[in-house]
Design a protein around this ligand. Structure first.
Ligand SMILES: N[C@@H](CCC(=O)N[C@@H](CS)C(=O)NCC(=O)O)C(=O)O
Length: 213
């Protein structure tokens, strides 16, 4: 398998899942600004919107979309128990993956993180953030993980919550969610992914820094 990723982007959820599964995978960094991949590929030709994650499977298929890729990785390694296999459990997982992908990632964080977003879009996203984090908080107050035990939805959520650090959202106002994020980050697969991708992120920023006059 080959994962196209960008440091600390949503693709980190798949890295966490791959580590959790102990799966063999190659990681190919994509420069999201130029759409160039480190393996020389034109990422816009790999996948038309040029969005990470994209996963090339061992059968040569290309998968896109966090929810699909995360469930694929979980289902390939059932021993890691990252996705329930009963109908009700799977529906709960789908519910949280959809919530994270649409209500948090795209509604709240995409406008807040996109430097080209107009101020009105940012204001809109901030207004939407409170009720959505409230929903999450009420669930997390009563559950250690999103679904039964640590799984791919937690990998996606901890990745997305990390972005609050560079937005005006103060996560400490949601104390259970804040504690959840800190707790999940100590899990070895998650800690390893954060350490590796934070280093790559810092190096990329260093290289992009203009020379001091
Ligand atoms: N619907 C996609 C969204 C993926 C997405 O938004 N990826 C971001 C990084 S977190 C990206 O590649 N952004 C680059 C861009 O917008 O050009 C999914 O769920 O996988």
């Amino acid at each position: 398998m080959k994962l196209y990723f960008s440091p600390l982007a949503c693709s980190m959820a798949t890295r966490i899942a791959l580590y959790e599964a102990g799966a063999d995978a190659a990681f190919v960094r994509v420069d999201l600004a130029t759409k160039r991949a480190d393996d020389g590929a034109d990422f816009g030709a790999v996948t038309p919107l040029g969005l990470v994650p994209a996963l090339r499977t061992d059968d040569g298929e290309l998968l896109t979309e966090n929810a699909a890729i995360l469930q694929y990785v979980a289902d390939r390694s059932p021993q890691a128990r990252m996705a329930p296999d009963d109908a009700a459990g799977r529906a709960r997982l789908q519910q949280w993956l959809s919530f994270i992908g649409t209500e948090l990632h795209k509604t709240v964080f995409s406008p807040l993180l996109d430097a080209s977003a107009p101020d009105a879009a940012r204001d809109y996203a901030l207004k939407k953030s409170g009720p959505r984090l409230d929903v999450l908080e009420r669930h997390i107050e009563r559950h250690e993980h999103l679904v039964d035990e640590f799984g791919v939805a937690d990998a996606y959520l901890v990745t997305v919550l990390n972005w609050t650090a560079v937005t005006p959202i103060d996560l400490t106002k949601w104390s259970a969610t804040h504690a959840y994020a800190a707790r999940v980050r100590t899990r070895p697969s998650v800690a390893r992914a954060f350490a590796e991708e934070s280093a790559l992120y810092a190096r990329a920023r260093e290289n992009a820094r203009p020379a001091t006059p």
